[in-house]
Design a protein around this ligand. Sequence first.
Ligand code: FPP
Length: 229
Amino acid sequence: MGGIIPAHVGIIMDGNGRWAQKRGLVRTQGHLEGLKTAKKIVKAASDLGIKYLTLYAFSTENWKRASDEVGFIMDLVKQYLRAEFDFSKKNKIRTRFAGDFQGLPSDIQKEISVSIRDTADFEGMQVVLAINYGGRDEIIRAFRKYAAETTDEINEKVFHKYLDNPDIPDPDLIIRSAGEYRTSNFLLWESAYSEFYISDKLWPDWEKGDLENAVADFQKRDRRYGGIK
Ligand code: FPP
């Protein structure tokens, strides 16, 4: 596809539960299908030339869900990281992380660390897994790091250095599936000037064409960053 490809795309992968419910299946079945979709979309995004893709896999609020659902999602994350190494190697996809790492179960921490280490030299797309991630939580953790490390006067540039991935540019485009018009605590600081694209389609039904539609819509936007043309 031609035109300007957004460098950084963030996705709120919503609607797994509803997808399962519609079919009389348990919610976890929807997450399993959601993981398959995530793999498809990672490949599609990499083929489109997107440089950074942030996937909102688990929020700091998702712990409120039933423990079997939480455990299932954590296992999916593990499965994804283990099974996708060959795919990552072939497509030079580098794993990154955003969120409260210390608050994750130790087996997941280990799996994420291994994937980050083993893909560190890959120079293709970077996939940021937002797990145990909350935008407010990220800002608070950044503030704690700032306060512990420096007495430099605080401003946006100084503060930015303490966010989870200061080297990654802010998202150009944030996509949300399943028709809800809210940010749900995703990339609060970084999304100040992101373009939002909301689709009614449930996440497990997403295909490459849906990502292309989102990018095509993004290409029509007039980004002014608060200025005038
Ligand atoms: C939101 O749907 C989805 C989640 C909370 C989990 C998303 C996780 C995955 C797709 C698997 C892990 C992914 C990777 C890339 C490792 P919902 O359950 O809120 O759906 P609902 O609003 O219809 O109930």
